[in-house]
Design a protein around this ligand. Sequence first.
Ligand code: ADP
Length: 528
Amino acid sequence: MMDKNDKKQKQKRNLIISAIALAVIIVIAAVVAIYMAENTDKEDEKTLPYTDLIKEMSYGNIEKVEMTVGSTTVKVKVKNVEEEKTSIVPNTESFMNLVQQKVTEGNEIELIQKPRSVISQIPGIIISFLPTAIMLALFVMIFKMQGMGEKGKVYDDTERKTKVKFDDVAGLDEEKSELIEIVEFLKKPEKFAKMGAKIPKGVLLYGKPGTGKTLIAKAIAGEADVPFISMSGSEFIEMFAGLGASRVRKLFEKARKISPCIVFIDEIDAIGSRRSSNSGAETENNQTLNQLLVEMDGFSSEETIIVLAATNRPEMLDKALLRPGRFDRQITIPTPDLKGRLEILKIHTKEKRIAEDVNLESIAEDTAGFTGAELANILNEAAIIATKREHEDIENDDIEEAVKKVTVGLEKRQRVISEKDKKLTAYHEAGHAVVSRYLPTQTDVKEVSIIPRGVAGGYTMYKSDEDKYYISKTEMQEKLIALLGGRAAEKLVLDDISTGASNDIEVATQIARDMVTKYGMSDTLRTY
Ligand code: ADP
C-alpha cells in the first residue's frame, strides 16, 4: 500500500516539476523572441558606428537626433544623407552633453526624446520578475509536496480495510492471544465502557525487523474489521523540517474521522527516542513526539483508536511514551522458534507449487535465527530458482540453494580463481571443519565449499543449532577456536597467513568483546 502511495506522490511531484520547467522555458523563450525581434529590426536599418557619429557631429553634419528614454540606441539624420541611421552610444548622458554643447555652439540639431515603448519594456519587466516568479514557483512546489506527504500517505491507506487475519500470522500464539483483547475493544467498545473500563490507547510491539510486527497489527485490524492507517516514524521527519508535528496531527485527524480504527506507527524510535539535547534535529523530534503524546492523551471516550507502534530498539524510547494511558502495553515479538518457522514456511508455501520431496521440517531446522520475513524471502528465492532451472515444482534442492543464497550469497562459478588461491581457501575451510570436529559444543559441519559465494571465497556451513536462550562461556570460547581454525590451518600448512580470515577475525573480535563487556566472562576478577 505504501508503495502505491509513494508512486502517486512521485508522479504528482514530477508533474509539478514538469509544469514549472515548462513555464520557465516559455518565459525564457518569450524574452529571447522579443529580443530577437528587436535585434532584427536593428539589423534591417543602416547603422552608423559611434566614432563616425562623433565625427559627423564635430563637422556639424548632424541635423536630427531621436532617442528613446532608457535606450542606448539613437536615430540620427546626417546632412545630405536621405536615410536616417541608427547608432549605439556607449553612454547616453555624455552623448546628450555633446549634443547640447553642439547646440550652444550654434549647430541646428533637432532633438527628439521619445518615451519608452511598452513592447520594448516587456523583456525588462520579465527579466526583473523572473527571479521572483521562480521563487514563487518553488514555494508553491514545496507547499504542494508537503500537502501530498500528509495526504498521500495517510488518506489513501485508510480507504481500504485489510484482509489479513490472525490465521495469516504463523506461530506467535501467545502474542495473538494477548492481542485478541484489542480486537474485542475495537469490536465492542461499549461493552467495556459500561463496566467503567478504559480502553487501552497504545500497544508497543518490540522485535527484530521482519518478525511480523506489521503483519500482526494488520491482522488485528482485519479481525476487528476496522481500517488500518499506517505510517513510519521516519516518514514523520523526512523531507522538510518542522513537518513532523503537523503530520502527526493530520494522521490523528483522519483517525478520529474513521474511528474505530488502528493507527500503526512503524519505527517509532525515529521520533520517540529519548529526549536529551536541544539541537535542531532533536527539537524536531521532540515536537513530533510531543504532538503524538498530545494526540494520544486527547482521545475522547467515544473515539476508539488504538495506536500500535513497532520498534526494535526499546531501550531507545522516551519514558514518556510508556506512561499509563499511552503505550502502556508492551508485547515482544520474538524471532520464531522451530515450530514457528515450520508454520511460517507452511503459510508461505500454500500459494506455491511445492514438490513432494520437500521437507519443510528440515528446512525449519536449518534456519534457526531466521525471521518470518527472511523465511518468506527464501521461499520466494526458491520459486525463482526453480523457474530458472525449469523445474515443474519447487524442489528441496531449490530451497537449499535459496537458503545458501540468502545466508552466504550467490554462487560465483564464473569467477576465475588461481590455483594458489584455491589451495589457500581449501586449507582455510578445512581448518574450520577439522577444528570444529574436535570441539564438543560446536555443531557438526554440514558442507564445506571452495566455490566462491557472494564476497566469500569459500565457506563452511554448520548444521543449525537448536533454538537456545543461553550460550555458555565454554561454547563461546570454542566458537572462537572454530573461527580461528581457518587462520591456524593457513599458518600450519602454508607457513603464511592471508587476508582470507578477516571476516572470521571480525566475528571473533565481537564475540570476545561481548564476553568481556556484556557477559562478565573475563577470567580474572580485579580486586580493589
Ligand atoms: P516487521 O514489521 O516486524 O518488520 P513485517 O510484519 O513487515 O515485519 O513482516 C514482513 C513479512 O514477513 C510479512 O509480510 C510476512 O510475509 C512475513 N512474516 C513475518 N512474520 C510472519 C509470521 N509470523 N507469519 C507469516 N508471515 C510472516
